[in-house]
Design a protein around this ligand. Structure first.
Ligand code: PGA
Length: 273
């Protein structure tokens, strides 16, 4: 009988380094942005000064921005209000050219803007802007080095018909180009029926939409999508800001009416102090 061979010793192979566990992305710094819409002349510059004074006294744990009408960008930039970023409310997709009445992203940047709102429901409704056009504006913002604050949201009819999630996901898909990052893009969920109406969705309704948007953003943009800020907008006031801003995946607010005075806007920013 052949001698029994002892089983060959197997040299323990060097254990490969354990793969780095995926790092949970740092939660983004919230953004509270005021959309002045078609309101304000140079008389209102005092509100910006008051806001800057209040912020100097009591620092906010959020980025603060005002998006005035284009006519006020230059004058607001001249105020040099510390702690308040400026943004535009819309831009044309082109750099320049024969487009009477329009303003390009490059012009907004030149006037002092760091960001631009695109695809607001008032633009979609008043000017018939489509997802495709909004996407071109997001691209224009990125080309100019501006942060695009891209708005989406359902009408009351769509909400009642149970179409909200499907609609906002489709608006998100159609209005964002590839290559968006957490630095150059912010999403604003604004139910059309909540804008300027004093009505707001319940916190559960907001959470459902923001969670769906987060999932869609992560699927498409990975880590960048995980860090991208998703603002809530629509009748945000000092009295409801803390509750709304505490909803998971709500990373700030887009504020219309209540951003026009330093007192009310400051009251909303207080949710982050
Ligand atoms: P509102 O507007 O705060 O006046 O409702 C929000 C917006 O349209 O951005």
């Amino acid at each position: 009988m052949a001698p029994r061979k002892s089983a060959p010793k197997i040299k323990p192979s060097k254990r490969p380094n354990p793969p780095n566990p995926p790092k949970a992305p740092k939660p983004p710094k919230p953004l509270v942005a005021g959309n002045w819409k078609m309101n304000g002349t140079r008389k209102q510059l005092g509100e910006l000064r008051k806001l800057a004074t209040a912020l100097a006294r009591k620092k906010a744990k959020a980025e603060v921005m005002i998006c005035p009408p284009a006519t006020l960008l230059g004058p607001m930039a001249a105020v040099k209000a510390k702690g308040v970023l400026l943004g535009g409310q819309d831009c044309h997709a082109n750099v320049s050219g024969a487009h009477t009445g329009d303003v390009s992203a490059e012009m907004l940047k030149d006037a002092g803007a760091k960001a631009v709102i695109v695809g607001h429901s008032e633009r979609r409704a008043d000017h018939g802007e489509t997802d495709k056009q909004v996407k071109a504006k997001v691209e224009a913002a990125h080309r100019a080095g501006l942060v695009a604050i891209m708005c989406i949201g359902e009408s009351l009819k769509q909400r009642k018909a149970g179409e909200t999630l499907k609609l906002v996901q489709s608006q998100l898909r159609g209005s964002l180009p590839n290559g968006c990052t957490a630095k150059n893009t912010v999403i604003a969920y604004e139910p059309v029926w909540a804008i300027g109406s004093g009505l707001t969705p319940t916190v559960e309704q907001i959470e459902a939409v923001h969670t769906a948007l987060r999932t869609a953003l992560m699927r498409r943009f990975g880590d960048e999508g995980a860090k991208m800020r998703i603002l809530y907008g629509g009748s945000v006031k000092p009295s409801n800001a803390a509750e709304l801003m505490a909803v998971p995946n709500v990373n700030g607010a887009l504020v219309g009416g209540a951003s026009l005075t330093a007192k009310d806007f400051g009251g909303i920013i207080d949710a982050y102090r």
